[in-house]
Design a protein around this ligand. Sequence first.
Ligand code: B12
Ligand code: SF4
Length: 576
Amino acid sequence: MANDALISITPLESHKGARAFEGEKGRVLLIKPPYFTPWTPPLGIAILKSFLEHNGYPAKCLDLNLDSELWGMHHKYFSIIQTLEDVSVNDGYSKLWWILNAHMLAYANGADAATCSGALETVIPKYGIEHNQEVINALIPLVEKFFTRLDDLLNQVDLGSYSVVGVSAYTTSLAASLFILKKVKQEHPAIKTIIGGGVFADDLALGSDNLTTLIEEYPEVDHVVIGEGEMLLLKLLDGALAHKRLISLSDLQGKSLEMKEVPTPNFTDLDINHYYHLTIEGARSCPFQCSFCSETVQWGQYRKKPVSVFVDQVMELVERHNNNAFFMGDSLMNPYIQDFAKELIDRRAKIFYDGYLRADKPVTNRDRTKFWARSGLFRVRLGIESASARVLAKMDKMTTPKVISDVLKSLASAGIRTTTYWIVGFSGETDEDFQETLDFIEEHHRYIYELEAHPYYYYPYGQVGSRLHRCYSLYPEEVTDVIKFKVWEIADADPRREVRYERLRRLSKVASCLGLPNIYTMAERYQAEDRWLSLYPLAAPVYEGTEPHRMPFDLANTGSIEPVINFSAVFPEGSR
Ligand code: B12
Ligand code: SF4
């Protein structure tokens, strides 16, 4: 049963947590609820576990995204909406995620089927999709089954043996996160419930209406941790912040963690065979300040891990998990990639890695990109956003179409897969600007491995350029009453919302005609591979066969937190 010796009220400096949390089982349970693509094991909670354990607090991680039933639901949901219109192409399913989020939040907030249906009738057309009652009727039971399954899984976890339950929440997992904390609180009122994660980067950023809603309307959430979690969670467990509901960097006098203090993530509670890659960060935050981005707001000051510590940690993970493929969990590798690559080559590390990179001048240097490829870099994610110099300048992107062009060629010539992300309809983007982007894509399609475009989202808080525009809540009050959290739209937006979605459709059409994929399923991944390897035969082949090169899921050896949970998953699709 739960006990009330919860967050131990010991002084921060003495870190006597281990004594307070003594026992056979871990006392802090860290959950990553659906939905967040399990393309890598969940880095945030794995680092928190490692950090807490170094400081004497046993912690366990649980990634519910590995459950095939929970994960499979969103595929079913999306394919039903797609019967209304082909809304999948090259937009990362973003419209569908917004619809599903609204539906899941309504359900988690206690709405019945008729109320959920009413909310969907209003929400779906906001994304330019004409609604149809038959389709809505087919969606309702999917979300109901999702939460029944989630409830069943939680029933299999011995919640009462934990003193603290924390969820790692993103916009796409907010509903499931709140559902979990409500259940925990209802069944075990003495357990302290905590929420943290990327959702506080923008959607529920400090200052936002949505954060106020969370604080005021969700008493089941004891503590909200905003931003970098390690020190804040430790201080909370130590008792120093136990009286505070909302905890943020200001509680550490703005002092962020030094990267050498960020330990190797601990994935030992997770079945590593179910993820394609391992993950780790080499840095936090970003030296740039693009106006639509929330990176610097979320993480504060830019910091790099000393390269030797970083490579030591990488190698520790390779050995521990017998896996040499990484997807780096930081926002951009530019400031460290040259030193990192050199260290990997010097140590004959033989890893493969993928990660985010800015399209900057040094990346146009083909000797460098070849060197990086030799060190194991097989794929990069480039936030290109636009190919109009005017729009790039408005975004404070600090790069130009010419540099972007050279970057794509330089990376492709080294065989490095170029996943490109684009923003359609940024504030002030004219039709001519947009046409420049389309022309650029057409001209460069051979150097592009993958293309994903999103309409411009503005958040009133969290982004560097927040507070620039007046905005309004996209859904009417009666729907917001049910969903609780607001989705924002710029007042007098230019281009207008409909124009943005129209441009997105045009871009998707161009991408399809050019054969540019937006990879979402494993089948699409292999098609994309065939295309890339035919264009660049010397590119390192990294995806073997048509199945993940993992062991079949073995319940007896999951190493997962509660082996009774029937994770009948094979590798879930919905990847990137
Ligand atoms: C790598 C990455 C991905 C990878 C994820 C691979 C994986 N499985 O992890 C991929 C490419 C799949 C991806 C996809 C998407 N991503 Co992404 N991604 C990132 C990125 C760059 C790094 C994530 C990471 O590992 N960070 C490092 C870890 C250590 O940080 P963390 O998880 O946030 O945890 C720290 C704190 O948040 C906190 N914390 C976290 N959990 C908890 C829990 C408790 C209890 C406490 C106390 C603290 C705490 O402490 C941790 C340590 O300091 C972040 C940006 C960033 N730099 O974080 C965006 C980010 C998470 N992604 C984001 C988005 C929007 C998406 C997409 C929705 C994009 C899209 N439109 O398609 C999709 C998700 C679709 C889906 N539903 O699955 C947003 C989320 C914003 C939000 N409101 O939720 C972020 C924050 C970027 C941004 N600001 O726009 N992403
Ligand atoms: S978009 Fe990329 S380069 Fe720009 S601030 Fe964000 S992380 Fe940095």
